[in-house]
Design a protein around this ligand. Sequence first.
Ligand code: AN0
Ligand code: CP
Length: 321
Amino acid sequence: MKSFINVSDLGDLKQALQEAQEIKKDRYKLTPLGRNRTLLMIFFNNSLRTRLSTQKAAMNLGMNVIVLDVNQGAWKLETERGVIMDGDKSEHLLEAIPVMGCYCDIIAVRSFAGLKDRDYDYAETVVNQFIRYSGRPVVAMETATVHPLQAFADLITIEEYKRVERPKVVLTWAPHCRALPQAVPNSFAQWMLAANVDLVVTHPEGYELDPAFVENATIEYDQHKALEGADFVYAKNWSCPGVTRPEDYGKILCDDRSWTIDEEHMSWTNEARFMHCLPVRRGLIVTDEVIEGPNSIVIPEAANREISATVVLKHMLRELN
Ligand code: AN0
Ligand code: CP
């Protein structure tokens, strides 16, 4: 695996899910695999789960780990080519990336969407430079348009909690006070379409996700209808993807609080489990009662981030060895 960006990068998904279960039974079985191998984790943005779970996964595999917060302690990096660097940025990404590659065997990168320029974000300009110039396999730890470690963990969780062979999974938009990227819903849709589930996506008009990710998924603008019979409710806010109106890219188009997942919303479902990638703002995305309730599986979902990252790093290490 040269890079971990899309669901197809992992190969056979069924087999990867089996590997996840095996790792869960004994997550230290493969400790010799990563001996004298180094994972470098680069963060352009904040993180709690990705930082801890990916580091833990690397440690499970016997790797050494270096974590760099680019905005705290490193030189400020210029990411655009062709600029005269007379501002506050001391170093260009095009030197920094191959230098980083010198000190590690695998690079993991978190670099969120800027939400200003749709073409720049959807071209995955930053992570593609890592893939091109680092000389190392690259793991996306949420890039401009994808968050595959999260989506893989979500799928592992759905497999563990499903009560029917092919559950109904509803990805629902929910309100938020800040403009958020589309990486989580993009990857969630992509992974669910590759899995054995019925995916329904619901959101207000104008929030249509990029067809490259939602493909032929069922879109239902009526949230009540969408939630009927759901086995899993996956809530997430995202800002306007700019699919129908590119000029609205990254904007908040709707603040309709009737989309917040409360107990009434959950009562329309088939006693659905509630999921969210976290961090979550209570009172906007979901009420206290739902996230604290017996059907909330947000904590086991977060715990599975260690498992998804262990499977991915295992695949990459195998190809290095
Ligand atoms: C980020 C997002 O929505 O993409 C990270 C989620 C894992 N969330 C926030 O910035 C609050
Ligand atoms: N879900 C997730 O990726 O969380 P962090 O932003 O805390 O890493």
